[in-house]
Design a protein around this ligand. Structure first.
Ligand code: PRP
Length: 223
């Protein structure tokens, strides 16, 4: 794991992937990466960086195992996986909320004994309801969670909402907001020590580009 030739970065597929690559390209990284191709590994020989394209939820596993030194991941996956990685940086994209959603009248049933909650995030959901001392039944799904209340598989869902489009298209609404989430840069704990300079250089550049973007936005608002 240590003393490797390349710094290895795990990039999530899907909606976080595009924004990750866009931000990395702005600071001169990820040059060879093309998310439209079916290739899963891209090597930048000049910078000695290897990019691995993995399913969002698996970024945690690759980084925790040290196969990837660092990775970009949603806070939802960090909370769900409960693995020991360093959270190095808040990234200014991937903003969303983790919510309970359902039909309008499910508000009145939220405290019901054995509330049936469908979710891709069983750990986060269990923790939230445990803290409220409420016993619920968790129905673990892997996607299209919004379908569950529509067909009577669950009373409500616990899921992430970004634009709200999926809820709306399925006649559901937010019943309760649980956590605000966004993308994070994470690192394997050992890799961080062995690649300290390279990783910190990347963090500095990321922080700089985020600061520039936020200054630009503020200037635009003022003018
Ligand atoms: C996520 C999430 C919601 C949707 C929310 O699913 O689980 O279903 O996005 O986004 P919105 O508020 O912008 O509509 P994803 O699209 O990743 O697909 P999945 O159902 O296959 O997990």
């Amino acid at each position: 794991m240590m003393n490797k030739k390349y710094l290895t970065i795990a990039i999530p597929k899907g909606r976080l992937g595009d924004e990750s690559i866009e931000m990395l390209k702005k600071i001169g990284y990820a040059r060879p990466v093309n998310l439209k191709s079916r290739k899963l590994v891209f090597i930048d020989e000049k910078q000695k960086i290897k990019y691995m394209i993995v399913k969002s939820i698996d970024v945690m596993t690759y980084v925790n195992q040290g196969v990837a030194d660092i990775g970009i991941v949603g806070k939802d996956n960090i909370l769900e996986e409960e693995l020991e990685v360093y959270e190095l940086s808040n990234l200014s994209f991937g903003y969303c909320k983790f919510v309970i959603a359902g039909f309008k009248d499910s508000k009145h049933h939220l405290q019901d004994e054995r509330l049936r909650v469908a979710t891709k995030y069983p750990n986060m959901t269990a923790k939230y309801f445990n803290e409220k001392n409420q016993k619920i039944e968790i129905i673990k799904l892997n996607g299209s969670v919004e379908l569950a209340p529509l067909v009577g598989l669950s009373d409500v869902i616990a899921d992430i909402v970004e634009t709200g489009g999926t809820l709306k298209a399925n006649g559901l609404e937010i019943i309760e907001e649980m956590y605000d989430l966004s993308a994070k840069l994470i690192s394997n704990r050992v890799s961080y020590r062995f690649n300290f300079e390279k990783i910190n250089d990347l963090i500095k550049k990321l922080n700089q580009v985020m600061e520039d973007v936020s200054n630009d936005e503020n200037n635009r608002k003022r003018s």
